[in-house]
Each structure stands twice: as C-alpha cells, then as structure tokens.
Design a protein around this ligand. Structure first.
Ligand code: FPP
Ligand code: MG
Length: 374
C-alpha cells in the first residue's frame, strides 16, 4: 500500500537550495494545476490511466517538498467539472483512482494525525458517485483536527460553480428574510465559498506549458503570483518547485502591496454595508451595524451547520455501505462454503448438502470423505 506521506532524504544541493530560499518569504499557500498526465502517458507509451497514477505520485512528492519548505497549505486541482466530459473510461478511471486513494487515507489516520495533516475537499460533492462522496466526508471528518498542514483537494470543482453556489446561498437567505441585499459584500460571499476556511493562495503553479487558470480558484487567486512551467506534471521535480518559489520571492513585494490596497477597498465595502442598515433595528434594539453583524453571523453559522450535517450524514452512509459490503462478502463466503458431506446416523449413511461459515473446515471434511464442493 502506498502512502500519502512520502519521506525522502534531500541531496546536499537540494538541502542547500532549500536553506537559501528559506531566508526569503515562503508562500503559505500553494495552488497546483496538475496538467500533462495524458501527454506523459502517451510519451511513455502507456495507457492514460497510468499518467494519472504517476500524477498522483508526483502530488505526494510535492507535498513532501512543501513540508520541507514550510509551505503549510496546498490546494490541488484533482478533478474539474469539465473533466466529466472526457471518455467514460477515463472518468471512471479517475474516480476509482480517487476512491482507492481515499481508502488509503482512511487506513492512514494515525500517521496523518502524527504529521498534523488535515485534508479538505472543495467542489460540488453532489456530482460525485455516492461511495466516493461518502469517502470524502469521512476523510474530512477524520483529519479535521489536524492543524499543522492542510491539503485541499478540488474534486468536481470549477470556480464558476463555486461562485454560483455562494450567490445562490445569499439569494435564498435574502428571499427568506435572513439577509438584506445590502449585507452582501465580497467578504460575505467569500465566507460562502468552498474555500472559506483557507487563506488565499500566494503562488499558483501550472505545468505542461498551458498558461490558463481553467476556472481554478479564480476568486481566490486575485493577487496570487502565477508560475507556468513546460514540464509535464508527472515529471515535475523539486527544482521546478524551488524555481517557482524563487519566482514568488522576486514578485513578493508587489503582491503584498496589492493585497494591502485591496484590504482598504474591502473595509470600505463593509463600512458601506453597515451604513446602509437602518440605525434603529427593531429586531435587536441596537444600532444597524450590530444588527447586520448578528444577521451575517447567523447566516454563516447556519451554512456551516448545514455543511457539517451533510458530512455527518455522508459518513453514516459510508458506514452503512461498508457494513452491507461486509455482509454480502460474508454471504458470498458462506455460499462458497456450501457443499456435500457424508452423514452417518442411526438410519445408515447419507450424503447431504450443508452450508458452513468456514470454507476451510468444509474442505477438510470433504477431503476426508472424498466429496466435492458444489
Ligand atoms: C490533468 O492532466 C490532470 C487531471 C485531469 C487529473 C489530475 C489527477 C491526479 C493527478 C490524481 C488525483 C488524485 C486524487 C486523490 C484525487 P491531463 O489529463 O489534462 O493531461 P493532458 O493535459 O496531457 O491531456
Ligand atoms: Mg490537460
């Protein structure tokens, strides 16, 4: 069984480069567009699926390099909603790869806790098959208290879908009177995104020579430093990542300045939203600012609670599915263990059909009596 947590000994040039880079600013959050898996497979005369398997392996290495660099959050684009348009065979292959990898995560709980790895899933879970959806919920719940590093896997994700879902949440709340139109600000919308718990990515890397964001973290990458490299994702090495971090360091000051500027603008949005509220809110008998704060907090708390309930319901579903699988597996074993045995009783000797839970026992008896299984 492979692990999500690979450990590698650094060569001395790698170690030296890491130490030099660590003197400068290191991105807290790295976003990855893992592109070029199929081209890699073709280049190596392999099936497409092997390209994705190699791609997953590279992801585990990148996570190890990030740990060495001190990058504490990684978001990777594992499956776009657009990818569902690919051939049935490829989509099923990708989904089963994800499912196998999540099963490995579920068996690696202790190790992940030891290293403090928290895994979150961002995307439209409704688009995933039931079993995979339930597995993702279980993984999220299992690793949620780990706080050293964070891996956000984008599955069935596009920014358009994410932003649409966030706007829909706000629109419903307005229609139900839980929010007012003027409550909607960029900060509120941001809290409705799948990435509400994350900081914005500082650096985005895309491989394979494509220079597009392909609907990935469009809102969140407003001030991210972008790094495009020609290497195919499965061939990405630590040196490409170190190069990307160096690129980030060279542009760091402009990113910081732009973020400061944006903060002022977003503070102004909040102020305007506060001012738009009536000064005398009958609901709580206090000023409008406080009334808005309470409304917004309730709205967000409700959203978080609903998402939480979904995770728990899915986790229960996974347990039920696994129980059913176990039962049908046992049933299968039982039926495999049915056969004929010779019974010697008062009325003489007879051959009867029996069904026993332990197939090896049945075999031993049958071998002694020279009978065969059904
Ligand atoms: C893009 O390359 C890659 C993908 C669409 C899938 C990426 C998925 C993984 C690396 C595995 C993810 C693992 C988990 C656990 C979910 P491409 O297929 O577009 O290749 P191409 O650009 O050469 O055609
Ligand atoms: Mg591609």
């Amino acid at each position: 069984m492979s692990s999500w947590l690979v450990t590698e000994k650094r060569s001395w040039p790698e170690w030296l480069a890491l130490q030099v880079l660590k003197v400068g600013p290191i991105p807290k959050h790295l976003a990855l567009i893992m592109d070029g898996n199929r081209r890699y497979a073709k280049l190596h005369e392999q099936e497409t699926f092997h390209g994705h398997i190699a791609g997953f392996k590279t992801l585990t290495y990148v996570l190890a390099w990030c740990r060495d660099l001190g990058i504490t959050e990684v978001t990777s684009y594992a499956l776009s909603i657009e990818n569902f348009k690919r051939s049935k065979e490829e989509v099923e292959g990708l989904l089963s790869l994800a499912s196998n990898k999540f099963e490995e995560v579920l068996n690696e709980g202790e190790n992940l806790a030891k290293h403090g790895v928290c895994i979150r899933i961002i995307g439209n879970l409704d688009l995933l098959p039931t079993y995979l959806r339930a597995q993702t919920a279980e993984v999220v719940l299992m690793t949620r208290n780990n706080t050293k590093c964070f891996l956000n896997l984008a599955l069935a994700y596009t920014s358009r879908d994410e932003i649409t879902a966030a706007v829909r949440e706000c629109a419903i709340a307005i229609s139900e009177g839980r929010l007012q139109e003027t409550d909607i600000t960029p900060r509120l919308l941001e809290q409705c995104l799948y990435t509400a718990q994350s900081c914005h990515p500082d650096l985005v890397i895309r491989t394979s020579g494509e220079t597009r964001l392909s609907d990935f973290l469009l809102w969140q990458s407003q001030f991210s430093c972008l790094f495009f490299t020609k290497v195919l994702w499965p061939e990405l090495s630590i040196w490409h990542v170190l190069g990307a971090v160096f690129h980030y360091q060279r542009h760091h000051h402009t990113v910081v300045a732009a973020r400061k500027q944006a903060k002022l603008l977003y503070d102004r949005y909040e102020l305007e939203a506060d001012q738009a509220c009536s000064l005398d809110d009958p609901e709580c008998g206090c000023d409008g600012t406080k009334a808005r704060k309470i409304r917004v907090e309730r709205f967000i708390a409700d959203l978080v609670e609903r998402r939480e309930k979904t995770y728990h319901a899915l986790s229960t579903q996974l347990k039920e599915i696994k129980k059913q699988q176990q039962e049908s597996c046992e049933q299968e074993q039982k039926s495999e263990a049915s056969g004929r045995v010779r019974v010697i009783g008062e009325c003489g000797e007879r051959v009867v059909s029996v069904s026993v839970a332990d197939p090896s026992l049945l075999k031993r008896v049958q071998q002694r009596m020279l009978l065969e299984a059904n």
